[in-house]
Design a protein around this ligand. Structure first.
Ligand code: SAH
Ligand code: MG
Length: 210
């Protein structure tokens, strides 16, 4: 048995599947969590050991599988994605993994689906926000009623190529996104929330309720 509680054979197979997905993402320019961000992401997930996960932005299912492999034994993941083509690709990979019964993809606009999810009364102890960067503030407002008391909220790309900290001048076309990401950081940095920003990759905001 390995650290993940899987047999070496299954783990080897999953690693091969992940490498295949990384190659697919590179070839088709799919922005999966990048190599530097990945280690920080895994550390947060392994520490939190989440049971009920909400992911906003499935892409091809790469981070969904990382979550499934590194979360609690009874993990269940609901993941939201807009693109039908990406959903098909993600479902194909997920079906080949050992986690098909753990990951449910909901297609359509995430903001709309979050409103619908609220009505189901479901709670999540871990949320990974990684879709439209201009909408993180809206996503955060919508997930709030669905959080357990000890929930962790992770948001990717919050430093957006250095523009958010002002280290790199923001090109005109990104000004709105950068302004909104700064708003997001402000929002999750005030009570009852505390946020730590990991600067690996494109900036990962780790938020907890205190
Ligand atoms: N979490 C993935 C990467 C997600 S990339 C990983 O790390 O492996 C961001 C994804 O968000 C893209 O696939 C994009 O299609 C999706 N997206 C963008 N806007 C969206 C919206 N309004 N609703 C749902 N998904 C959206
Ligand atoms: Mg991302």
């Amino acid at each position: 048995m390995s650290v993940l509680g899987l047999t070496d054979e299954v783990e080897g197979f999953l690693e091969t599947l992940l490498r295949e997905m990384e190659d697919f993402a590179a070839l088709h320019h799919v922005p999966i969590i990048n190599e530097r961000g990945r280690q920080a992401f895994l550390q947060v997930v392994q520490k939190a050991q989440p049971h009920r996960v909400l992911e906003i932005g499935t892409a091809i299912g790469y981070s969904s599988l990382l979550l499934a492999m590194n979360g609690a034994e009874d993990i269940a993941i609901t993941t939201l994605e807009l693109s039908d083509e990406r959903i098909r690709t993600a479902q194909g990979y997920i079906d080949r993994s050992a986690y098909a019964d753990r990951i449910r993809i909901i297609g359509g606009d995430a903001a709309e689906n979050l409103t619908k999810l609220q009505l189901t009364g479901q709670k999540f102890d871990f949320v990974f926000i990684d879709a439209a960067k201009g909408q993180y503030v809206d996503y955060f407002h919508k997930i709030q009623p669905m959080l357990t008391d000890n929930a962790t909220i992770l948001a990717d790309n919050v430093l957006f190529r250095g523009y958010v900290k002002g280290d790199v001048p923001t090109p005109r076309r990104f000004k709105t996104i950068v302004k909104r990401l700064r708003e997001y950081i402000g929002l999750v940095s005030q009570p009852p929330y505390v946020t730590e920003i990991l600067e690996n990759g494109d900036g990962l905001a780790v938020t907890r309720r205190v």
